[in-house]
Each structure stands twice: as structure tokens, then as C-alpha cells.
Design a protein around this ligand. Sequence first.
Ligand SMILES: Cc1cc2nc3c(=O)[nH]c(=O)nc-3n(C[C@H](O)[C@H](O)[C@H](O)COP(=O)(O)O)c2cc1C
Length: 197
Amino acid sequence: MHVLSVVCHPRPDSFTHALAGRFQEGVTSAGHTFEHADLYAEGFDPVMTARDLEQFNGAPMVPELLAEQDRVERADALCLIFPIWWFSMPAMMKGWLDRVWSAGWAYDWKHDPNGSLLKPRPCTMLVPVGASPQMEADWGCLERLDHIWRVGVLGYCGVDPINIHFLLDSAFEKGRHGEHLDTAYEAGNRILSVPNG
Ligand SMILES: Cc1cc2nc3c(=O)[nH]c(=O)nc-3n(C[C@H](O)[C@H](O)[C@H](O)COP(=O)(O)O)c2cc1C
């Protein structure tokens, strides 16, 4: 089986990239092949253009986006790895979804608003979060984010099963980095065998 991870962080020495590395080790230890998309290092342009939107009317997509879609299509499973920024995903990650997961490829916009077009494939999200468990208990943001990404984004495009790991206390070394790196390794090792969670 073949796994694509998409990582979004400008610093190669970030905790986010460390998680991506452990995830990769888990994937290869399970005997799968691995492909790594580093959006910042590759200089992905996240800004949706008028030209991109022409594909809603049947125009072919630009080669840059077709290449991204090829990466997704040849993967049996996906992993998105990015930090929480303002209780959302970084703009680079959002732009990758905006531009790559397009109408006519990921979902059928004109004829069936609920129609996903992609074959079901698992996706894990590894999401480091600065907030502590107490902050999250007080604020209650992550449950809503989970719902939006699970139902409104990935599920809408046929991704299944979906596993979202919010890794709290990741902003500074609060003794939880080791635990989170273990979670990343396990997620990679079991990416093709875990149910929704
Ligand atoms: C621009 C920016 C916005 C952030 N917003 C939030 C936030 O809304 N909630 C939160 O818990 N942490 C927030 N953080 C903290 C990051 O989630 C935290 O630094 C990250 O998970 C640690 O991973 P890293 O070392 O790979 O950056 C923010 C960090 C930055 C740089």
C-alpha cells in the first residue's frame, strides 16, 4: 500500500515536521511505501485564482494542480499534518484543499451537491495544538473543528475512515512531545487498519 503525507509548516525543525518524521517511520515499519508532500518546501501556491474556478465549467485544471491530484489518486491513504493557527488550519493547508480538492474531481458540484467522486481512502490528521486540556475544556473549539473537517470537508469528498488527532500542549515542551510522537508513529503504523475515530 502507498501512503501520502501532506505537511504544512514553514520550519523544517518544527514539532510539526518531527511528527511527520515519526509518522513516516510508522508507515515504513508497517511495510507500506511513502510519499511526502512538504507544501512550504515545494513552494505550493495556496491562492485560488479565477483560472482555477474555470474548471467548475469544465475547463481542464492547470498542470500544477493535476500533479497534486495525481499524488492523492496514487495514495491508498492520506495524512495531513499541520499546527492549529487561530483555531483553524494554516492558510497554506487551506489553499491546498481549496485548489486541489476541486469540483469535478473530488465532488460533483453541478449535478449532485452531496456526491463525492473519489474512492474511499483513509485519512489521518495530526494536529498539534498550543492550548492545554483545561483551555480546551473551557473554550470547546476542537469538537467543532473536528465536525467541520470530518463532515464538511473530508467526508464530503468521500474520505473514509477519518481519524483526527488534536495533540494538546504542543506549543512548548510541556512533557507531552514524546507522547505525541508515539501517537504519530502509531497512526502511521496502523493507517490502513483503524476505523473512524
Ligand atoms: C499564527 C499562530 C496562531 C496560533 N493559534 C493558536 C490557536 O488558536 N490555538 C492554539 O491552541 N494554539 C495556537 N498556536 C500555537 C500552535 O498551535 C503551536 O505553536 C503548535 O501547535 C506547535 O507546533 P510547532 O512547534 O510545529 O509550531 C498558534 C501559533 C501560531 C504561530
